[in-house]
Design a protein around this ligand. Structure first.
Ligand code: ZN
Length: 208
């Protein structure tokens, strides 16, 4: 290599040294800045994380309190529902008993039980019928009279109704208008006997 070239390069390198040194310094300064910023960011991130954890914890406690409050309300509502159910059952029972009492009184008021069946104390009908002592509905049948609800069978045939009605009118247990009585057959000659509830009524014995 030519000596002038070496001399030129040496001069140039020497001239560059301060510049290179200043570059090193600048890099070191920037590194310090970056490291500082990094530290700040890490700290901020830590702070933010702690803050969020605190919020999360407080929200969690708040939710737990709400859930516990709701659970308590649900329990109270359940207890109240049970209490109301019991009260309702009592009312239904009492109502059933009252309905039964009213029915019983209505039956006693409207009917008289004779010869094992019910007769209306007074009637608007032109033809006579008798009623089931249990269900209080009219007994039907061409010969044998029976209840359509409980299958009860009257202890006498349909043909005996009129004679029984006349007997009960005569003994003052039921009342009928003159027109209603005119529809009934003439009474046989009988004396009034005490009325029983035979399983199979002997009408002649009953009317004797
Ligand atoms: Zn019946």
């Amino acid at each position: 290599m030519e000596s002038w070239v070496i001399s030129f390069l040496s001069t140039s390198l020497v001239a560059l040294i301060p510049y290179i040194l200043s570059l090193h310094k600048e890099i070191a300064r920037l590194k310090t800045i970056i490291s500082g910023h990094q530290g700040n960011l890490e700290f901020a991130l830590q702070q933010k994380t702690l803050e969020l954890e605190a919020i999360h914890l407080s929200k969690k406690l708040e939710l737990e309190a709400t859930i516990s409050g709701l659970q308590e309300k649900v329990n109270l509502a359940g207890a109240e529902q049970e209490r109301l159910k019991a009260a309702l059952a009592e009312l239904v029972k009492a109502n059933g008993e009252l309905v039964e009492q009213v029915n019983e009184q209505t039956v006693r008021h409207e009917f008289v039980e004779e010869a094992g069946v019910l007769f209306r104390k007074s009637s608007d009908e032109h033809t006579e019928c008798v009623y089931c002592p249990k269900c209080h509905v009219a007994l039907h049948g061409s010969g044998e009279l029976s209840c359509s609800i409980c299958s009860f069978v009257a202890p006498f045939p349909k043909g005996d109704i009129d004679r029984l009605v006349r007997h009960l009118v005569t003994s003052g247990k039921i009342s009928r208008t003159k027109e209603q009585l005119a529809n009934l057959p003439k009474p046989p000659d009988y004396t009034i006997a005490s009325i029983q509830r035979p399983s199979r009524l002997n009408l002649d014995a009953f009317l004797r």
